[in-house]
Write a protein that binds this ligand. Structure first.
Ligand code: PMP
Length: 872
C-alpha cells in the first residue's frame, strides 16, 4: 500500500507539474489543448479506473471544455492494447483446447480497446466468424490498486471534513467497486448479453450478437461477429436521420421501461448500425436492471408529466427515485414547490429545447438542497438517459426527445390516444350514431360493469346491441358484425341457439323460480359433477367470481388457515383475493413474485396473506413446501387464457406437492370449463384438482357459477344438524339467485347440447388452429411483429416481437395502442372484437366468418400501416 501511495503521489506530482507548466503559455486555445493532453496522459498512466473517469468526462461537454472532450474521447475506444504475445497467453490459458484447434484465423490487431478489455475478430475452425473480448492482463489487480488508493483518500476526507460525509462517498465508492468488478468478469457480461439478446430476438430493427457460451470464460467472451457501421459514422446509414434517432431512443426506452434490463453505456462506440438502419448494441459491461416497481415508477412519473399533472408527478418522482428523504419530508411543501417548478419548466414551459443534462442538473440541485439524492439505480438510469440524448441528438440535431418519449408511452397505454380518437370519432359518428348516443347517455347513469367507462380497458366506441344471433351482433343502426368476444366466453354455441331458446321458452311458459327447489338446479349440478372426474358434489352460484369466493371460503374453513397461494397474472374474478397480482401490476422478482393489490379498495391483510407463484416455473413450487403448514389452498388457472397453453409437467408437480401436503388444489376453469373440452383442461391434461370453479358456459349465456369437487370439502357447506358444531366447523354458502331455475335450464340445455355434439370441440379446435395460423401469416406478410396465442377456441393477439412464457413478459412490450386501434379498424370491416381482451370463437362461427375475420385483419393492418401505426 505504501508503495502504491508513493507511486500515486509521484506520478500525480509529475503530471500536475506538466499541467501547470503548460498553463504558462500565452495562446489560450493552445493552452487548453495541452492541458487536455496532460489530463489524457495522466488517466492513461494511472490505470483502468482513471480511464473510466476520463471516458465519463468525455461525455460531459457541459462540464469541461470542448477540446478536452475531443481528446478524452480517445479513451473510449483507443486505449493501448496488449501485445500479441500477451494476448495469445491470456487467451490460451482459458481455451478448452490449443489455440490452433479453436481458431482458423485470429487478428491480433484489436477492433477496439477499452480500459478493461480488448476485442478481436477471429474465425473458428467451424468457419464461424466471431468477436472475442479479452480481459487485459493484470487488469483486476490494477483495478484493485486504483480503488484502494481512492478509498484511502476518501476515508481521510470523510474523517477530516464533516461536510464531505453528507456526500456518502464510501457508499458510492463501494458501488463503483462492484460495478468495475462486474465489468472485468466476462461470465457476468455474457449472462447479461444473452438476456438482452433474448429480449430482442426477432425484433424488427435491434440486433444483439449471440453469445457463444461454450467458449466464454471469466476472461473471454465469445460472440457472433456482426458487421456494422460504427456509431460515429451514422451518416452512412441509408435510413432518414430522424428515424434512426427515434429508433435509437425507442430501443433504449424499450430496454428501460419494458424489459427492465438496459444497456448501461450506450455511447457511439458501443452502437453500430446496418445500412438500412438496424441498431446493433455491443458491450454489456455495464447494465441497468430495473425491478417491476422501478419500471412502474419510471412510467408513471413520465406519464404524469405528459399529462401535466405536476403534483402527482412530484409525488411519484419522490416516491420512486429519491432516497434519504427525512429532511425533504419535514419541508415537504417548499420542496414540492421547488421540484414542481423544475418539472414544469422542463416538461412544459421550455418545450422547444428539451435538455436531459440541464433537467438532471436542476433536479439534483433541489435534491441537494433538501439533503436527499437519487436512488443508486436511478443515478444509473440518469446516465443512460444522458448518453441516449447525447447520441440521439448527434444522429439528428433536430430531434424532439420529449415528443418521441410521448409517442413511446402512447403505444403502451391501455387508453385511447388522441390520434386514434381523431381517426375514429367522425367514422363512428357517421356509421353508428345510435351507439354513440347511448354511450353518451350512459355518461349520466352508469359506470361499468360492462365495458363502458370501466376502469382499465374501457371501450371508447361501444356497440349497443339490438339483436344477437349465431355468430353475429346487430346494432341499432343496422350494422351487423361477426362477434369474436362471445361475451367474454359464455356464448359457446353462439347467440340465440335454438336448443337454449327452446328450453328457455318452456321455462318462461311455466314460470321460473329462485330460492326454492327446481329440478333444473339438480340437473345442472348433476351434469357438472358428472363431467369432472373425481368430483362428487356441486354448489351453484351466479358468476365465476362467486364460485371462487365460495371455493376459497370452503378451503379456509376446511384447513382452518387464511393464507392462499395463487399464480401471477391469474385473474380469479373481481374479489380482493381473486385480483391479487392478477393483471398488469406485478412486484418482486420474476421467480420470486410478491403479492400486490389488483385494485384500490382491496383489504390489505388479504393481499399480504397471499403467496404468489409463477406458472410454469417448476422450481418455484418449492415455496409451497415451505409454506404448506400455513396454506388454506392453492388456486390456479390450469390454462391461463392469455397464454392459451397448459403445462402438464408443471401441473403434475403442483398436484403432487398439494397431495403430499394435503393442500386443497382449486382449478379455476371459469373460462376453460366447457369451452376447451367438455369438462375442461383437467380432462385434456389428465390432472385433477380437489375443487373446480366454473362459470360462463355452464349458464348457457345466463349468469352462473359453480364449485364442483370432493365431497369432504364441498360438505363444509352442508349442515351437520348441530347449530353449535355448524358454527365451529361449517362455512355458509348461499345466495338469493343461486341455482335459479331459468339459469339452470339454459345451462343444462347448453351442456346437454355440447355433450351430445362432441364434434363441436373438434371443429372449434380446427377452426382456432386454422385462424391463428392465418393471422400469423397475414401479420408476417405485412412485416408486423405479432404473437398469436391460441388454443381450442381461445386466442389473443399481442403486437410484440417477443414471445412470452410468463405472464409479466406478455404484458411488457405489448403495443396496446395497436390492439385498441385494431378493434376499431376491424369494426370497419364487419368484425366486433373487444379492446384488450382475449378473443373467442363459438360453434356458430362458419368458414365464411373465419374468412371475413382474415380479410378484415388483412385490410386493417394495411390501413394501420398507412396510418403510420408501425412507423419505426
Ligand atoms: N376466473 C377467470 C379465469 C376469469 O377469466 C373470470 C372472468 N373473466 C373469472 C374467474 C370471473 O368470472 P365472472 O366475471 O363471471 O365473475
Amino acid at each position: 500500500m505504501l508503495l502504491q501511495l508513493l507511486k500515486f503521489i509521484s506520478v500525480t506530482f509529475i503530471y500536475l507539474c506538466g499541467y501547470f507548466i503548460t498553463t504558462l503559455g500565452s495562446n489560450k486555445e493552445e493552452r487548453v489543448l495541452k492541458q487536455g493532453q496532460w489530463i489524457y496522459r495522466y488517466f492513461l498512466k494511472m490505470g483502468p479506473v482513471y480511464i473510466k473517469i476520463g471516458q465519463i468526462l468525455a461525455t460531459r461537454s457541459d462540464l469541461i471544455p470542448q477540446n478536452w472532450v475531443k481528446i478524452l474521447r480517445e479513451l473510449q475506444d483507443n486505449v493501448p492494447h496488449m501485445n500479441e504475445a500477451d494476448t495469445r497467453k491470456v487467451i490460451t490459458k482459458d481455451l478448452p483446447q490449443a489455440f490452433e484447434k479453436v481458431f482458423s484465423e485470429f487478428s491480433f490487431q484489436p477492433l477496439a480497446t477499452g480500459s478493461i478489455a480488448q476485442v478481436h475478430s477471429a474465425t473458428l475452425l467451424t468457419g464461424q466468424k466471431v468477436a472475442v473480448k479479452v480481459v487485459k492482463k493484470n487488469v483486476r489487480h490494477q483495478l484493485k490498486q486504483n480503488l484502494d488508493i481512492i478509498q484511502f483518500f476518501v476515508n481521510i476526507l470523510n474523517f477530516l471534513l464533516p461536510s464531505v460525509q453528507e456526500l456518502g462517498l464510501p457508499k458510492r465508492l463501494q458501488e463503483l467497486r462492484t460495478l468495475l468488478i462486474i465489468q472485468a468478469d466476462m461470465k457476468q457480461e455474457a449472462e447479461k448479453q444473452e438476456a438482452v439478446y433474448t429480449n430482442f430476438k426477432n425484433h424488427p430493427y435491434v440486433r444483439v450478437p449471440a453469445v457463444i457460451q461454450d467458449l466464454s470464460t471469466s476472461n473471454l467472451l465469445f460472440m457472433e461477429f456482426v458487421e456494422g457501421i460504427p456509431g460515429k459514422d451514422v451518416h452512412k446509414v441509408e435510413l432518414k436521420r430522424n428515424l434512426v434517432a427515434q429508433r435509437f431512443q425507442d430501443t433504449i426506452y424499450t430496454m428501460l421501461y419494458m424489459h427492465g434490463l438496459c444497456h448501461g453505456d450506450p455511447h457511439p462506440g458501443n452502437v453500430f448500425f446496418t445500412k438500412d438502419g438496424s441498431i446493433i448494441l455491443l458491450d454489456y459491461g455495464i447494465t441497468v436492471q430495473l425491478s417491476e416497481d422501478e419500471k412502474w415508477g419510471l412510467s408513471s412519473f413520465y406519464y404524469a408529466c405528459t399529462r401535466k399533472e405536476w403534483e402527482i408527478a412530484v409525488e411519484r418522482f419522490t416516491q420512486h427515485f429519491v432516497t434519504d428523504k427525512d429532511y425533504l419530508i419535514q419541508n415537504w411543501s417548499d420542496y414540492a414547490e421547488a421540484i414542481q417548478r423544475v418539472l414544469q419548466y422542463h416538461f412544459d414551459i421550455n418545450t422547444t429545447q428539451w435538455s436531459t443534462v440541464s433537467y438532471f442538473q436542476d433536479v439534483s440541485k433541489v435534491l441537494r438542497k433538501y439533503r436527499a439524492r437519487y436512488t443508486t439505480n436511478f443515478t444509473k438510469v440518469e446516465l443512460v438517459f444522458l448518453s441516449c440524448e447525447g447520441f440521439a441528438s448527434q444522429i439528428d440535431p433536430n430531434i424532439d426527445i420529449w415528443e418521441n418519449a410521448r409517442k413511446f408511452t402512447d403505444r403502451y397505454s391501455p387508453y385511447i390516444s388522441p390520434e386514434v380518437r381523431d381517426t375514429f370519432d367522425a367514422y363512428f359518428q357517421k356509421t353508428s350514431p345510435s351507439s354513440l348516443a347511448m354511450r353518451d347517455r350512459a355518461n349520466n347513469s352508469i359506470v361499468a360493469p360492462t365495458h363502458i367507462h370501466r376502469y382499465f380497458f374501457p371501450s371508447t366506441y361501444p356497440v349497443f346491441v339490438k339483436k344477437a344471433y349465431n355468430s353475429k351482433v346487430e346494432d341499432f343502426d343496422g350494422n351487423v358484425f361477426v362477434d369474436i368476444s362471445c361475451g367474454y366466453g359464455p356464448h359457446l354455441l353462439g347467440y340465440a341457439h335454438p336448443a337454449i331458446n327452446q328450453a328457455l321458452s318452456e321455462c318462461l311458459a311455466n314460470g321460473f323460480v329462485n330460492a326454492i327447489g327446481s329440478e333444473a338446479e339438480l340437473k345442472l349440478a348433476e351434469m357438472v359433477v358428472e363431467a369432472l372426474p373425481g368430483a362428487e358434489k356441486a354448489i351453484l352460484s351466479n358468476s365465476g367470481t362467486e364460485s371462487i369466493l365460495q371455493a376459497l371460503r370452503l378451503c379456509r374453513a376446511y384447513k382452518k388457515k387464511d393464507r392462499v397461494a395463487k399464480f401471477e397474472g391469474h385473474y380469479h374474478g373481481f374479489s380482493d383475493q381473486g385480483m391479487v397480482s392478477s393483471w398488469f401490476r406485478f412486484t418482486g422478482e420474476k421467480f420470486d413474485p410478491q403479492p400486490i393489490a389488483g385494485t384500490q379498495g382491496s383489504d390489505s391483510a388479504t393481499v399480504k396473506n397471499t403467496l404468489i407463484l409463477q406458472y410454469g416455473h417448476t422450481e418455484g413450487l418449492e415455496r409451497l413446501r415451505k409454506e404448506a403448514s400455513e396454506l388454506a389452498c392453492v388456486i390456479c388457472e390450469p390454462m391461463p387464457s392469455l397464454l392459451a397453453n397448459y403445462d402438464i409437467e408443471f401441473l403434475s408437480k403442483l398436484r403432487e406437492i398439494c397431495t403430499e401436503f394435503d393442500i386443497p388444489l382449486i382449478f379455476d376453469e371459469v373460462v376453460s370449463g366447457f369451452r376447451v373440452a367438455y369438462g375442461g383442461v383437467q380432462n385434456l391434461a389428465g390432472i385433477f384438482p380437489d375443487l373446480t370453479c366454473l362459470g360462463k358456459v355452464i349458464g348457457g349465456g345466463l349468469p352462473c357459477g359453480a364449485v364442483v369437487g370432493k365431497q369432504k370439502i364441498i360438505d363444509i357447506g352442508r349442515s351437520s344438524q348441530d347449530p353449535f358444531s355448524d358454527y365451529e366447523k361449517k362455512a355458509f354458502v348461499g345466495g338469493t339467485m343461486s341455482g335459479n331455475s331459468i339459469t339452470c335450464v339454459a345451462g343444462t340445455a347448453a351442456l346437454t347440447y355440447l355433450k351430445t355434439h362432441p364434434e363441436i370441440y373438434v371443429q372449434l379446435e380446427n377452426n382456432t388452429n386454422w385462424l391463428s395460423q392465418r393471422l400469423v401469416e397475414i401479420g408476417r406478410s405485412h412485416g408486423v411483429p405479432i404473437q398469436v396465442k391460441a388454443n381450442r377456441s381461445i386466442f389473443s393477439l399481442t403486437f410484440s416481437h417477443k414471445p412470452a412464457k410468463y405472464f409479466r413478459e406478455k404484458q411488457a412490450g405489448s403495443n396496446f395502442k395497436v390492439n385498441l386501434a385494431l378493434a376499431y379498424y376491424m369494426r370497419k370491416h364487419g368484425i366486433y372484437m373487444p379492446e384488450l381482451h382475449t378473443l373467442m370463437l363459438s360453434a356458430a362461427h362458419t368458414q365464411e366468418d373465419l374468412d371475413l375475420i382474415c380479410t378484415a385483419f388483412d385490410l386493417s393492418l394495411q390501413e394501420m400501416i398507412e396510418d403510420r401505426f408501425f412507423t419505426l
